[in-house]
Structures are given as structure tokens and as C-alpha cells.
Ligand binder design. Sequence first.
Ligand SMILES: [Zn+2]
Length: 108
Amino acid sequence: MSTNAPACPQCTLDETHVEGTNYVCDTCGYEWPADIADVASADDVVRDANGAVLADGDTVVVVKDLKVKGSSTTLKVGTKIKNIRLRGGDHAVEAGSYMLKAEFLRKA
Ligand SMILES: [Zn+2]
């Protein structure tokens, strides 16, 4: 992905870089939302443990043992889950019958 961020709207200098879904000015520290084509709107982006963007239908691997809330099931590290669905909120990923946090998953 291109890191050619536009000039800072605050101080007009062009020492800027992309950080997550924002542009950040190196000179004055001003941050503003990136609108480049391959950065989806911040609300929709769900990132895995490595910072890769997850999408509906992806296959993910569990990166640590996860106790499934409300059951005695533990998802073991390395468990592969196909066809995830992204949801908003704290538990952002629907994986089969589980709701899991994206930070505990890695795109397969
Ligand atoms: Zn600036």
C-alpha cells in the first residue's frame, strides 16, 4: 500500500505518514482520517493479531488458547475457523457458533 500521505492540513508541511486508518503529521502531530481507496472506513476495519485486515468469509487461526464464554469449551491455539463473519463491538468476529476477538485470531 502506498504511504504517500498528503500534506498536513494543519501546518501544510508534507512530512506525514499513515498510521492505521489515519494520517499523522510528523511535524506538528496532527492526525486526520485517511481517505485513500484501500483503507476502509475506521468503523468497518477489523484487524487480526498481526494487523492484517479481516473480511467476511476469511479463514482464521486461533493464536492462543481461548476459553469460550458461557461454556466449558476451549479453542486450542492453532484451531482453524472457516468462513468468519465480522461483527461490531468488543467480540468482533463471529466464527461458527463463537464470538471471538479479532486480536486472538490470525488470517490463515
Ligand atoms: Zn502538521
